[in-house]
Write a protein that binds this ligand. Structure first.
Ligand code: ZN
Length: 395
């Protein structure tokens, strides 16, 4: 992966925050690094004697981010929140609200504490496809040691927020060397940091390039999809569509992608194994749900929704589970490829795009190891905290 840093564009930025926004857009414009609201960046600046953390707020997209999308927070206050024990994310967000350096401001990112805790001027966080394709395997520790070692120590999976930030600090303090430029978040993504905007951005590029090089060396990068077989029966999907709407409780938009990679994936002999592990990063589940449904007859839908309800009940409890419908968002069909459903046409398109990235990641991971994802409990929590499926449907 090449750095897209351009000195002329950088020179046009009239403040450090503007420069921070510029390099954030470089990351955000590459869908292999972040998709639809994923990822975040930050910079720590002096503001009239106060150290202020500017971290990309929730609700904005890194691809188009400007200076006003960064939430200014008093760094000292955020450090105090990070130091608190056993804080849940609702409590964390309440405490962060009292740290705002100015109002109005965008709602702080759920990863604010992670950005605050790392003792570098700039921090970047992405869900880079290449890193996920290299790391999302059963043998993650061995692969990590080979690809990153102390350059970017491995942090075991934790849900985003206070727990993840604390885990990152523990690993950083225990394993950091002079060689360290980032952290690898298992089944989630990459963190890079640096003391200026450019070096921090280019440290992210280096960490992603290391994963690409590893995949290339194992023949797991350039993977031509197997030639898909033409199968009749794509229209059968229309029959099940009404039943899926009934489970969702509202009519869902449908977006079908029948290109060669999607068809080849839907026709893989090992589909029932590799497609049922979970998404490459929990955030994808907000649009794709944890796992796709394979096939589209009424019996399959019945089994899918029953299993999905059990999974939500087990990990969220009945009352939270009831807020999420159990209808699939991705249906894999050997005749049609990827059939993505969403509360709106845009949601269906985003779901399809995210699943296409999952296909690329799962395919590459399966070419050098056994694909794995974050545990089901973590994905359920992501669906609940970031998703709001029910809220969207009710709108
Ligand atoms: Zn993330």
């Amino acid at each position: 992966m090449k750095s897209l840093w351009n000195d002329a564009d950088a020179a046009r930025c009239d403040s450090e925050l503007a420069l921070r926004a510029y390099s954030s857009r470089l990351l955000g414009n590459d869908p292999s690094l972040v998709l639809h609201g994923g990822g975040n960046t930050s910079i720590k600046l002096e503001d009239r004697g106060t150290r202020v953390l500017y971290v990309k707020g929730t609700g904005s997209d890194l691809a188009t981010v400007g200076e006003s999308a960064f939430t200014p927070l008093r760094l000292d206050g955020v450090h105090e929140v990070l130091a608190r024990e056993n804080l849940n994310n609702a409590g964390m967000m309440q405490a962060l609200d009292t740290c705002l350096a100015r109002r109005p401001a965008p709602r702080p990112s759920i990863e604010t504490l992670l950005h605050a805790g790392l003792p570098f001027r700039c921090v970047e966080h992405t869900h880079a496809d290449a890193a996920l394709a290299a790391m999302n395997v059963e043998d993650i520790d061995t692969v990590h040691a080979e690809v990153y070692g102390d350059r970017a120590p491995l942090v075991a999976y934790h849900h985003s927020g206070h727990a993840l930030a604390r885990a990152c600090m523990d690993v950083f303090q225990a394993r950091r060397t002079r060689n360290t430029i980032g952290l690898i978040l298992a089944f989630h993504g990459v963190v890079a940091f640096g003391d200026d905007v450019r070096s921090s951005y280019e440290n992210m590029i280096e960490l992603v390039t290391r994963a690409e090089d590893y995949l290339k060396a194992r023949g797991a990068w350039d993977i031509a999809p197997a030639a898909p077989t033409a199968i009749a029966g794509a229209s059968a999907l229309e029959t099940i569509r009404g039943e899926i709407n009934a489970v969702a409780g509202a009519p869902l938009a449908l977006h079908i992608v029948s290109d060669a990679p999607c068809l080849a994936f839907a026709q893989r002999a090992d589909l029932a194994d590799i497609s049922q592990q979970g998404p490459a990063t929990p955030q994808h589940a907000v649009y794709t749900k944890r796992v796709p449904m394979i096939g589209h007859d009424a019996q399959t839908l019945h089994h899918y929704t029953a299993r999905y309800r059990d999974y939500l009940d087990a990990h969220l409890g009945k009352s939270a589970s009831a807020l999420i419908d159990a209808a699939p968002r991705i249906v894999l069909d050997p005749a049609s490829g990827v059939c993505a459903f969403g509360a709106t046409a845009r949601d269906a398109q985003i779901a399809a795009q995210m699943y296409q990235h999952d296909i690329a990641i799962i395919t590459r991971a399966s070419a050098h190891g056994r694909y794995r994802s974050a545990p089901p409990a973590a994905i359920a929590q992501a669906e609940f905290e970031y998703g709001g499926f029910a809220a969207k449907l009710n709108k």
